[in-house]
Ligand binder design. Sequence first.
Ligand SMILES: *Cc1c(COP(=O)(O)O)cnc(C)c1O
Length: 412
Amino acid sequence: MALVNTHFLNLQENYLFADIAKRVKAFKVTHPKADVISLGIGDVTQPLCPAVTEAMHKAVDEMAHAETFRGYGPEQGYDFLREAIVKNDFLPRGIRLDIDEVFINDGAKSDTGNFQELLHWDDYIGVTDPIYPVYIDSNVMIGRTGSHRDGRWSNVAYMPITAENNFVPQIPEGRPVEVIYLCYPNNPTGTVISKEEMRKWVNYALKNDSLILFDAAYQAYIQDPDIPHSIYEIRGARKCAVEFRSFSKTAGFTGIRCGYTIVPKDLTLADLDGKRVSANKLWLRRQTTKFNGTSYVSQRAAEAIYSPEGKEQIQQTIDYYMDNARRMLAMLRSLGYEVYGGENAPYVWMKTPKGTSSWKFFEQMLYGPGVVCTPGVGFGPSGEGYVRFTAFGSHEATDEALRRIEKWTKYC
Ligand SMILES: *Cc1c(COP(=O)(O)O)cnc(C)c1O
């Protein structure tokens, strides 16, 4: 009898975006003429920039000729891309990385989900709440999170980020957290933390021999020069942190698939005898066993964003989205809503008026102005009473959504 991995049966059924899609579909059935605008799901809308598509065409042509054809590449990625990353994303910020510390992947979701495989099954994990659901669910699958009650897992430390604490996660009291997931700029709240706050976490990890899994998927959206882009801007982080990055939001690669993970050689984990093992070596072993590399064409596409033209072109698209975020913040604020984030990230996090629940307000927005947002509670218990709007729409769709919200708020 092939028995199932019963941990999978503990996964909570409702997949947030499937739930949203279902409710939007139900609305459309009863309102066939309604034109719904989605500021819900976190996918980009603007096309790849010319520098990227030119590099991809060129790479495809190389694949079409025996002399330049490429088969399996190195599992950890081609050196041309790893070198471009070290030189452009880290050196200018004073961070020196060896290219062997860079692992190219098919997007940050895979590695943020997979990295926990290197950890002991009963390590105690901590997450900010609300949070990107992948971090918890990948730990549920392996049986690390305990039992589920009232929207919480018994073996997970939840660190609330809400308006009450200014969206700054506090170090939990009690049992030390062994693995800490941090995502900054944050999805879903769109908020950031200062270097001083980040330093607290690095010091905590060094003191408790904990591991920080730092997701920097939105670092390209940071506008404020004092906000750190990488956890390695903090002294000591090389000994306690892994960093995940993605080209998805930086350069519109959600459909191309390419990202990377930094696993510093100074980072070690303890075995049960207290002997130290290199996380970099373990991760390399894991990747060479389970992963056969990201496509050559995708890696050439990613390399192209580091050319002078590529840099300028992706910046234009980032500016375009941040322009949406500014318009959203300005309009929603002027209507009297309490809004957060949106200054260094493409997400605006809004408190629902009069303590309305996230899902109730979601329905009001759908049946009123016909705008789809994401219920905050879908990202964790502390997201209750908030909704998320994304800035990834077109200017036209964003403006139209805001016009409708304005009319609805003032006259309904
Ligand atoms: C979008 C996103 C990613 C990137 O996912 P990819 O697999 O690279 O497309 C990673 N982390 C967070 C928090 C995200 O929102």
